[in-house]
Design a protein around this ligand. Structure first.
Ligand SMILES: Cc1cc2nc3c(=O)[nH]c(=O)nc-3n(C[C@H](O)[C@H](O)[C@H](O)COP(=O)(O)OP(=O)(O)OC[C@H]3O[C@@H](n4cnc5c(N)ncnc54)[C@H](O)[C@@H]3O)c2cc1C
Length: 415
C-alpha cells in the first residue's frame, strides 16, 4: 500500500476502540500513516474473556488477541509501544514517555477507563484484586487456584461474572452489594430480581443492602467486615465497583471533559482534528436523548467505525443501537437498548425455564429488550429498539407474539 505520509492519524490506546478506528480507516480507503500507541506490555487483547473463560479451571491461560499477528503489517498500521504523556493541540503533536514527539493531522483519544478504587481501609492489601487488564487476570488466576473462600464486592457485571466463574470452580462465594439489587445501573428491576434468585440458587451468598466497611489481614487470609457488621473470612477478595474514564491526558491538553471526553455526534472534540471514542468518550446518545458514556464492546467498535468516517470527511450523526452481553456461569444475558428503572416491563416466555426476555416500554414505545439465554430475541430486538415502534403490553403478552416475527415482518415506519 502506498502511504500519504503528509496525513498521519495517531490513536492513543490499543484497546477495542482504538484498533477499530485504525482498521476502519483502512477499510474506508484512508491512505495516510496510522500509528496506534499502546501503553500495555502485551499485544492488544480482548477484555471480555478475562472475567469469564480466562478464569475457569480449564482456562487456556492465554489472552484472545484483538487482531491476528499479521494484521498490523498487512494494513500498514504502526503499533508503537509506550504511553502518550502530553498532547499539544496547537502544534498538533504527541509526546511519548521516552521523549519522542510525533506530529499528527488527526488524533483519536481511545484511552479507555480505569477501575474505580475501593474506598475502604484494607483495599490495597495483598489478596485484594480488581480486574481490568491481562495482568490483573493473571494475578487472579494464580490466587484462585489456592483459594477456597472468595468475597466479591459489587454485584455489577464484572463482580457477578467473576462470582459465577468462581462458583463453577467449586469455591464458596459471598457477594456484597450496597444497593438494593444487582446490576442496578443497567438492568430492569424484573431482570435484577431474576438474577438474584438464580445466583442464590447456584449457591452464591448474594447479600444486598450490604457494603464493605473494611478489609483486614487475618492470619494467612483476609477478613471482610460489612456495613451490616458481618464478618466474612476470605482467601481472595475481588472488587468491581465501577470505572472512571481515562481523561487526564485530554484534560491536560485543554479538552473539555465531564464523565468522559466531550465529543459531538460525529465523535469530534471541540478542537479541530481531535476525536474521542469508546469507554473514554461522552457523546450525545440518540437513544437516550442525553449525553452518555458507555462501556461495551459494541460501543467501542461502532465508535471506531464512526470516528473513521468522520476522519474521512463524512459527518453523519452517530446513532447505533447500544447492545451488550454478559455471561454469568451458564446464563447468557443480552441487552438491546438502554433501559430506565421506570420503563414498563413485559415478560416474554417463562422465566422459570431460564430462557426468556423482558421487553421494556417507555411511553408505549419499545425502548429496550433484556434477553436471558434467548439469542434469537436479542438479534430481533437489535433491529427493533429505538425505531419508534409502538407496542402495547397486551400484544406483547400474547403467547403467539414473537420479536423475531415482528423484526422479520419489517419495521413499521412511524407516522
Ligand atoms: C473484565 C472485563 C470484562 C468485560 N466484559 C464485557 C462483556 O462481556 N461485554 C461487553 O460488551 N463489554 C465488556 N467489557 C467492557 C469492554 O471490554 C470495554 O467497554 C471495551 O474494551 C472498551 O474499549 P476501549 O478501547 O474504549 O478501552 P480499553 O479497552 O480500556 O482500551 C484503552 C487502552 O488505552 C490505553 N491507554 C490509556 N491511556 C494511554 C496513554 N496515555 N498512552 C497509550 N495508551 C493509553 C489503556 O492502557 C488501554 O490499553 C468488559 C471489560 C472488562 C474489563
Amino acid at each position: 500500500m502506498s502511504t500519504n505520509t503528509a496525513e498521519h492519524t495517531i490513536i492513543i490506546g490499543a484497546g477495542q476502540a482504538g484498533i477499530h478506528v485504525a482498521d476502519s480507516l483502512r477499510t474506508q480507503g484512508y491512505t495516510g500513516a496510522i500509528t496506534i500507541l499502546n501503553d500495555e506490555v502485551t499485544f492488544p487483547y480482548q477484555r471480555p474473556p478475562l472475567s469469564k473463560d480466562y478464569l475457569g479451571a480449564d482456562s487456556p491461560g492465554t489472552a484472545m488477541p484483538l487482531r491476528g499477528p499479521d494484521f498490523f503489517a498487512a494494513k500498514n498500521i504502526t503499533l508503537h509501544a509506550g504511553a502518550a504523556i502530553a498532547v499539544d493541540t496547537a502544534a498538533r503533536s504527541v509526546t511519548l514517555a521516552y521523549g519522542t514527539v510525533l506530529a499528527y493531522t488527526h488524533l483519536v483519544f481511545a484511552t479507555g477507563a480505569a477501575n474505580r478504587p475501593l474506598p475502604c481501609p484494607g483495599s490495597t492489601l495483598e489478596g485484594v484484586h480488581a480486574l481490568r487488564t491481562l495482568d490483573d487476570a493473571q494475578d487472579l488466576q494464580r490466587s484462585l487456584s489456592a483459594a477456597r473462600r472468595v468475597v466479591v464486592i459489587g454485584a455489577g457485571f464484572i463482580g457477578l461474572e467473576f462470582a459465577a466463574t468462581a462458583r463453577v470452580r467449586g469455591l464458596a462465594v459471598t457477594v456484597l452489594e450496597f444497593a438494593t439489587r444487582p446490576m442496578g445501573r443497567a438492568l430492569s428491576p424484573t431482570a435484577s430480581d431474576w438474577f438474584t434468585d438464580r445466583h442464590r440458587a447456584d449457591g452464591i451468598d448474594l447479600r444486598l443492602n450490604e457494603g464493605v466497611a473494611s478489609i483486614q489481614r487475618d492470619g494467612t487470609g483476609l477478613l471482610v467486615e460489612s456495613t451490616a457488621g458481618e464478618r466474612y473470612p476470605a482467601d481472595l477478595v475481588l472488587y468491581g465497583v465501577g470505572v472512571v474514564p481515562r481523561t487526564e491526558l485530554a484534560e491536560a491538553a485543554g479538552l473539555s471533559t465531564g464523565n468522559g471526553i466531550l465529543v459531538d455526534s460525529a465523535l469530534r472534540t471541540e478542537v479541530d482534528g481531535v476525536l474521542a471514542v469508546g469507554d473514554c468518550a461522552s457523546f450525545p446518545n440518540a437513544h437516550t436523548g442525553s449525553r452518555t458514556r458507555l462501556e461495551s464492546v459494541q460501543n467501542a467498535t461502532d465508535h471506531g467505525r464512526h470516528a473513521a468516517r468522520s476522519i474521512m470527511g463524512h459527518t453523519s450523526d452517530y446513532a447505533e443501537t447500544p447492545w451488550f452481553w454478559s455471561t454469568q456461569g451458564t446464563v447468557r444475558l443480552q441487552i438491546a437498548g438502554i433501559s430506565h428503572p421506570t420503563d414498563d416491563p413485559v415478560v416474554l416466555g417463562d422465566p422459570a425455564t431460564g430462557k426468556f426476555s423482558i421487553a421494556l416500554l417507555r411511553d408505549g414505545m419499545l425502548a429496550a429488550v433484556e434477553s436471558v439465554n434467548s439469542a434469537a430475541d436479542h438479534i430481533a430486538a437489535r433491529k427493533l429498539v429505538g425505531r419508534g415502534i409502538a407496542l402495547d403490553p397486551a400484544t406483547l403478552a400474547d403467547p403467539e407474539f414473537s420479536l423475531k416475527a415482528l423484526a422479520k415482518a419489517g419495521i413499521p415506519i412511524p407516522a
